[in-house]
Design a protein around this ligand. Structure first.
Ligand code: TXA
Ligand code: MG
Length: 341
């Protein structure tokens, strides 16, 4: 499916397709979403089929404004209204108790629902033209890197989607921050550009968040996610240099190297991408860079570990899911030898 420029007539055509229960890929400020009418269970099933995603993984419902919250959620706490007022439209998803009218297919069978108002003119235009909620996970195949450009959606889903609206490259580049407000205390389920401390400072309330990268037990949250097909490893600068020079082990791999500080020079066997030193700009480029290096010309992707400070939390969270730690190199090497002969 070729992407189409998201002008007004394309947006109206997309709204018609949604009304017919079809799938429309749409740009948001975070990543591209694979959208369907959230109130149409058959359409929602098509999302799961197109992505190859298990049915118990809940979807995010996109709504046009905070007023629409009352159509989708019940017992909405004061904190939710405050967050909606402050951060919507924007890259923040709120998990709330679901309204009885929300089909269970959207929520993966749970009595909670994830909601957000996206800050992208095309997404908002489509929500307006359609007049309902749009269920939209990231428009990638299950466990793959989220698309941040319309062409990525085409690569991921081909003809499994009925229309791809092209609204340019996504401004944020990483998925939204998710906050669960259904428990006693608000809980951060997924870090994003809106950081834990942005929310804590604004609400004057601490968010629960498992420390030391402890696994979060939320549906659809998995350790391996957002991953390139090519083995990807997080390394210190020194480790990267040693691997490249063949000091760590005598390798014959073609390397893709993603650095932000070190000055590594590419050669016939090494493609080097120098990333921005700023966390926001780095996040913007991360998925498209991983996608670019995830090609048959690269056997192994090495990523220079960014700093462990809060501003890098969302980037590190995604890198920890996309990449193995360097200590796994022996095994990684074996896997590569097997798969590449
Ligand atoms: O930025 C984004 O959030 C993008 C754009 C398209 O809006 N969407 C996105 O959707 O990342 P997806 O499906 O790839 O990720 C949604 C995550 C799921 O992994 C799931 O864990 C969580 O949201 N989620 C959805 N509903 C939930 C619920 N009721 N309870 C807990 N987590 C939920
Ligand atoms: Mg996703």
């Amino acid at each position: 499916m070729n992407p189409v420029i998201a002008d007004e007539s394309a947006i109206h055509k997309a709204a018609d397709l949604l009304r017919q229960g079809r799938l429309v890929a749409l740009p948001t400020e975070t990543v591209y979403g694979l959208g369907a009418d959230a109130k149409n269970p058959e359409a929602v099933k098509r999302i799961f089929a197109a992505k190859g995603r298990p049915a118990d993984h809940p979807l995010i419902v996109h709504i046009p404004d905070k007023v629409a919250l009352t159509f989708w959620a019940i017992e909405i706490p004061e904190l939710a209204w405050k967050l909606a007022e402050r951060f919507w439209p924007g890259p923040l998803t709120l998990v709330l108790k679901k309204h009885p009218d929300v089909p269970l297919g959207v929520t993966g069978g749970q009595n909670t629902v994830a909601l957000r108002v996206p800050a992208h003119p095309v997404a908002l235009g489509l929500l307006q033209a359609f007049g309902g909620g749009i269920a939209a996970p990231s428009a990638n195949r299950f466990c793959r890197i989220s698309p941040t450009q319309a062409s990525h959606v085409e690569e991921e889903l081909g003809d499994k989607v009925d229309m791809i609206l092209d609204g340019g490259a996504c401004q944020v580049g990483l998925e939204s921050t998710i906050v669960d407000l259904t428990g006693e205390r608000p809980k951060l389920l997924r870090p994003g550009q809106i950081s834990k401390s942005d929310i804590e400072q604004f609400l004057q309330v601490k968010l629960e968040w498992p420390e030391n990268n402890e696994q979060i037990h939320a549906p659809g949250m998995m350790e391996v996610h957002y991953a390139p097909d090519t083995t990807t490893m997080l390394c210190t600068t020194e480790e990267i240099v040693n691997i490249q020079k063949g000091i760590t082990f005598q390798h014959q791999y073609k390397l893709g190297v993603i650095v932000y500080l070190s000055e590594i020079v590419g050669d016939a066997n090494t493609q080097v991408v120098i990333m921005p030193k700023d966390a926001i700009a780095y996040a913007h480029d991360l998925y498209s860079t991983l996608r670019k290096l995830d090609n048959p010309e690269v056997d192994l992707i090495l990523v220079e570990q960014p700093p462990q400070t809060e501003i890098w939390q969302a980037v590190n969270n995604r890198l920890n899911k996309a990449a193995k730690k360097f200590t796994d190199i022996e095994n990684a090497g074996k896997n590569i030898l097997i798969s590449y002969g």
